[in-house]
Design a protein around this ligand. Structure first.
Ligand SMILES: C[S@@+](CC[C@H](N)C(=O)[O-])C[C@H]1O[C@@H](n2cnc3c(N)ncnc32)[C@H](O)[C@@H]1O
Length: 362
């Protein structure tokens, strides 16, 4: 029998959610018990009664079918490769990630653990891991990882990170609970029809003065074409999604009520260091093949020889060569894939340019 919502409202009655399958092998009541004791900074921001219980149950029953590409291989996804590659290289995308976090915090606020950021398409906690390596704990903001994919959230929780399985559209985080929301490295996965709703939900989650950072790769640019052409062609899952344009990004934020909306380009390279030039070059190319699970590039005999890596480099160059005028100017950039000396090491760098819209809830 379904418990009336008012009963659950009277206290933290996690048992109300015992019949909601939250994660594989973990019902929602068990998740809430765990979250309350291990991640109070996340737990206290939940509003378990925003949505009727039957809606919550239906949503979690349906979630498995929408997050397939980011689940494990057994479900037809490519999430295993994504997770293990991210874990092995937490700072590969540090330049872009640190910029996104600074934009989320804003120019007038100092970094502090008192600032709470929701990484709304957070995967297995990539932004949190990078932030914790980039800033000391006295200044590192608190980052909550939200994601729709069970395998991503289970992995983040297994690392001890505060993480929640939620689709932004049906969030469990309450209104006015966070200082910033970041949508990054996955905005194109949200159905265009759902994007206004998702941005509106972010607005509701923000405290007054809070900031939204919406990142994607601009439609038609080399970085967006990397996904829609190369990743689409060489993965088993395919990857045809509509990326954002500047005007659509601006309209999404202003349409949801955000103010001081600005759209800018952010340099977001992948950078890999090694002791010699070839190790740096192959290390970076290998990262791309593994992260994006470009399995169809790999020859049937699995032999990854010099010719294979030359072919991968040719492919990568097609999607990472920019005109100097198309680059952002906020930091030193390169305009094509290259390996350069950096002190006593070698640095392989793959330029990427992201489109980032920032707005404030005043
Ligand atoms: C490309 S991954 C990026 C993960 C992480 N930001 C990173 O950079 O490693 C995109 C993630 O967005 C998640 N996602 C897609 N739509 C979502 C939604 N509506 N709500 C929450 N998560 C969503 C997917 O499950 C996936 O893990």
């Amino acid at each position: 029998m379904r418990m009336p919502l008012s009963a659950a409202r009277s206290g933290n009655d996690h048992a109300t959610f015992a019949h909601v399958g939250f994660l594989p092998g973990m019902s929602m009541d068990l998740y809430l018990d765990m979250c309350q004791s291990l991640h109070p900074e996340l737990y206290r921001r939940l509003d378990l009664h925003r949505l009727p219980l039957d809606v919550i149950r239906e949503v979690y029953d349906a979630l498995d079918s929408v997050s397939i590409p980011f689940e494990g291989k057994e479900k037809g996804g490519r999430g295993d490769a994504y997770r293990s590659t991210q874990l092995a290289h937490p700072l590969m995308r540090a330049t872009g990630i640190s910029r996104l976090i600074q934009l989320a915090v804003g120019p007038e606020t100092g970094l502090s653990p008192d600032l709470c950021i929701l990484d709304a398409l957070g995967g297995n906690g990539t932004l949190t891991r990078a932030a914790r390596l980039l800033w000391p704990c006295e200044s590192c903001p608190t980052i909550l990882t939200g994601d729709v994919a069970a395998a991503m959230v289970s992995d983040a929780l297994a690392q001890g990170l505060p993480a929640i399985r939620q689709a932004v559209q049906y969030r469990l985080l309450g209104d006015e609970t966070v200082d910033a929301v970041i949508f990054a490295y996955g905005t194109h996965h949200i159905d265009p029809g759902d994007r206004p709703l998702v941005v509106a939900e972010a607005y509701q989650m923000l405290r007054p003065g809070g900031r939204l950072v919406l990142q994607d790769f601009e439609e038609g640019t080399p970085t967006a074409r990397w996904y829609s052409e190369a990743v689409h062609r060489y993965t088993h899952t395919g990857h045809r999604h509509q990326h954002l344009s500047r005007s659509v990004a601006h309209q999404l934020l202003s349409g949801a009520g955000f103010e001081r909306v600005e759209v800018q380009l952010v340099y977001d390279p992948c950078i890999y260091y090694a002791g010699n030039p070839d190790a740096a070059r192959i290390g970076l190319l290998d990262y791309l093949v593994s992260l994006f699970a470009l399995d169809k590039l790999v020859p049937p005999d699995g032999e990854l020889d010099g010719r294979f890596w030359d072919g991968v480099e040719d492919l990568v160059r097609q999607y990472s060569t920019f005109r100097a005028d198309d680059m952002p100017h906020e930091c030193p950039v390169v305009t094509e894939f290259c390996v350069t000396r950096s002190g006593d090491r070698f640095r392989a760098e793959l330029p990427r340019v992201a489109l980032v819209a920032v707005g404030e809830r005043l």
